[in-house]
Design a binder for this molecule. Sequence first.
Ligand code: FES
Length: 165
Amino acid sequence: MPVIRFLRENRDVECYPGENLREVALREGIALYGVKGILGNCGGCGQCITCFVEIPEGNPGDALSGRTAVEEQKLRRRPPGWRLACQAMVQRSLVVITRPQLGMAGKDTQVATALAAPLPPGPTCWPEPPAAASTDEDPQQAAPVAPEASAPEGAGSPATSDERA
Ligand code: FES
């Protein structure tokens, strides 16, 4: 199971392979947005450009899904290690810096330390889905079947020759 090491928050968070980085961060209460993003973000549509994260060098190259076309366009003037969290799917364990636009004291040292500390490997797989509700009902508990409506005698059936006589 991949682990996201959120460096600024000093938190390791587990997620499943293929999970959206933004969704994992929000679920875990990680402060992903700066002031602008808090005041108004696009909800993960790749339009507001406020969910920046930095993926420091030294992470596995395939830790996240590749850049989307939206990122290629929106991040043209940003450092190459930046991503939009809403566009990135987590494939393997990695170190992430949220709100990289804010800077970070001692960042290089912290990154080196974080990358040196072992992270559990990923990916593995999603857990088995919960067992479906049983369809085997107890026959004693089964709803009674309505008896066939009894038709009046002779109704609906052809009369025999004796009856016609
Ligand atoms: S949440 Fe708006 S671009 Fe990611």
